[in-house]
Design a protein around this ligand. Sequence first.
Ligand code: ZN
Ligand code: ZN
Length: 147
Amino acid sequence: MSGGAVERLATCHCGQLQLRCTGEPAKISLCHCLDCQRRTGSLFSVAVFFARAEVTLAAGVAKMFRRSSASGFDVAFHFCPECGSSLWWEPDRLPGRIGVAVGAFADPDFPMPEQAVWSQDRHAWLTLPDGIAGHAQNPVKAGSDRQ
Ligand SMILES: [Zn+2]
Ligand SMILES: [Zn+2]
């Protein structure tokens, strides 16, 4: 990469916490699980996964909340202590990856997710566009960095 890599800035609600992501996303995934519903206050979360080396803290201070996930592996969530937005998370089962909240880029042109997981928890009225592969749970295997 010779200086031409795409760079995106994810910012919390109040603006003090900023994360710089370079390069193209490894994966974009929508999650309907009940934990994501409670975390976001919305009906699903959309995560973009970048390789760990492509993500750096650009500004601010984060707090961390660690919990187990619906698939049985811990996830550490990093959020703004001022406004509460969760900005990024580190799934134990994907140690080479960092998930970033797509909404934090405030970019309506951000690419569409390629998959939706935990569709067994999807609200009944919610339908997704064609082109997003649905999974009743989460198909990614522990330790796999492929998906
Ligand atoms: Zn904030
Ligand atoms: Zn989830």
